[in-house]
Design a protein around this ligand. Structure first.
Ligand SMILES: Cc1cc2nc3c(=O)[nH]c(=O)nc-3n(C[C@H](O)[C@H](O)[C@H](O)COP(=O)(O)O)c2cc1C
Length: 332
């Protein structure tokens, strides 16, 4: 098994060794959050998934999800859908926003998506999945990547065969979340099959490993044990954008990125809330949108008797109340 990382390319974009990507997350990876992650060293950021069906109807709220800014480059816009022609038309609309990469979602396990045959639902219809992939690759002049899971369920972990088939469709990289659709987000991600794909001599495209990376130690273990070209962090980054800096510092053995102290972390959280309000152009909506980050952030871990403050933070619906609560917390 390989033990050291190397630089690699997705299309014409070169990535550093030990690259760490921000996973696409619905309602989480908006431009405000992507920029914070970028600032702390995320090598590639993804938009949340964007519905191809809604894109071809030019639904306003969906079109907004295509907003990207130059500071966050390289950035991937992710699309999902089940109809090859709609996916092609959607990919062409996405290409006009000029992302660096177009990513296709074949991994979303949520019932309303997967049971309708999109996202991970396509893992039950491989010919269609490959048709979509090939058609999108042909339709746009951008690198097309895929993000998927190990298979539909325990009895159909088809990722090793699927990876070769996807490579033959012309994709530029493959991200694998080490769970099946049936597992949803339960149990532990199984990286052994990710490692098998990476070590398949027929696989030449970069393989990005994803699932359960929550600390620099776990990140290091995944790189060294499975030899992946990059790793992708999802939940571990929510309210915790500096995880990218922590991982990269550990793996590159340098203090390349500064990791914020307690007071700076609070400022980053506040800035993120302000950015969300600006993004949604509404104080209440911005605060509600930020609650996932407030709930998940490890900033306040270990503060004695923090529970009532935490509850108050998650209930606050004005900036002044919320910031007073955040400012009031002292490091132990
Ligand atoms: C709130 C949330 C939203 C997500 N939305 C998407 C999405 O839009 N597209 C996608 O490919 N995966 C999505 N995922 C899956 C993540 O990208 C990632 O594969 C999964 O969370 C496992 O990685 P982690 O253990 O690092 O979180 C989502 C996950 C979460 C928790």
């Amino acid at each position: 098994m390989p033990t050291s990382s190397h630089s690699m390319k997705i299309g014409n974009i070169t990535f550093d060794r030990y690259s760490v990507f921000l996973a696409p997350m619905e309602d989480v990876t908006d431009p405000a959050f992507r920029l914070v992650c970028k600032e702390f060293g995320a090598d590639l950021v993804y938009t949340e998934f964007v519905s191809a069906d809604a894109l071809v109807r030019f639904v306003n709220r969906t079109m907004q999800k295509l907003t990207i800014v130059d500071e966050e480059r390289p950035v991937a816009i992710q699309i999902y859908g089940k109809d090859p022609q709609t996916m092609v038309d959607a990919a062409k609309i996405v290409a006009e926003s000029n992302p660096d990469i177009i990513d296709i979602n074949f991994g979303c396990p949520v019932k309303k998506i997967a049971s309708k045959g999109a996202g991970a639902g396509l893992l039950r219809d491989i010919p269609r999945l490959l048709d979509i992939t090939q058609s999108v690759v042909k339709a746009v002049n951008l690198p097309v990547t895929v993000k998927t899971r190990l298979g539909w369920d325990d009895n159909s972990k088809i990722i090793c065969t699927l990876a070769r088939q996807l490579q033959d469709c012309g994709i530029a990289a493959l991200a694998i979340h080490g769970r099946t659709r049936s597992q949803m987000y339960t149990g532990e991600a199984d990286w052994t099959l990710i490692g098998e794909v990476k070590n398949d001599p027929k696989i030449k495209i970069p393989i990005i490993g994803n699932g359960d990376i929550t600390t620099p130690e776990v990140a290091e273990d995944k790189f060294h044990r499975y030899g992946v070209d990059a790793i992708m962090v999802g939940r571990g980054a929510i309210g915790n954008a500096w995880i990218f800096a922590e991982i990269k510092n550990r793996l590159l053995g340098e203090n390349r990125y500064s990791v914020p102290n307690f007071e700076s972390r609070k400022e980053i959280l506040k800035r993120h809330i302000i950015n969300s309000i600006e993004w949604l152009k509404d104080e209440r909506k911005g605060i509600i949108h930020s609650r996932r980050h407030i709930a998940a952030t490890p900033i306040f871990k270990g503060i004695p008797n923090f529970k009532p403050t935490r509850i108050a933070m998650l209930k606050a619906d004005s900036i002044s109340d919320l910031f007073a609560l955040i400012d009031g917390v002292r490091e132990v």
